[in-house]
Design a protein around this ligand. Sequence first.
Ligand SMILES: *Cc1c(COP(=O)(O)O)cnc(C)c1O
Length: 224
Amino acid sequence: MTISEHLNTLKSQLPEHVTLVAVSKTKPVSAITEAYNCGQRIFGENKIQEMVDKHEQLPKDIEWHMIGHVQRNKVKYMADFVNLIHGVDSFKLLKEINKQAQKHNRTINCLLQIKIAEEDSKFGMSANDAKALITSEAFSTLQNVCITGVMGMATFTEDTNQIEKEFKFLKTTFEALKPLQTENCNLQTISMGMSGDYELAIKNGSTMIRVGSSIFGARNYSEQ
Ligand SMILES: *Cc1c(COP(=O)(O)O)cnc(C)c1O
């Protein structure tokens, strides 16, 4: 099947309240163009430099989402155009995003990454740390960022029960944090689910899925 066929099949299965982020990391501009011509406007990348290069080459009505781990010293390269940063897991990072957003007179929307997996390798904050951040005095002074939701990555496992347990935990965390509305925090989005588990994620409350290989085919990192 072609990229457009994969994309159309996937989109026809999605409930209306679920937003699709097409994860185009490692894929060429031509692949993104094919998805774009099929109506897709939201693309996700996990490396800032790669996203910057693609943003320069592609139509400007694309919404670019940064879904990878963000190094503070690279925020400046994407601050003028990034639409949503999924992997925010510290106040220090938020502060830098705020500083760079301010230079461009914009507000950058961010999701707090919550650690839901059992593996040590996955980034993210605890639910308590997220709550402490949102309610802190220091956060309230950041006027050029807005926390619009939470993001999580489940354990890399075949064990569906384990994955479901982790998705349920993210949904519960979201519901617990949602009442904490402030001027720069308005939680609407639960970003969870990838090619292998997006159906399970939607069943458990996901409102935004990040799907790469099911649209663009497997990634070949050795060719990079
Ligand atoms: C690569 C990536 C995805 C997409 O993974 P697929 O299995 O190809 O759908 C989703 N989320 C994050 C954070 C990623 O890095």
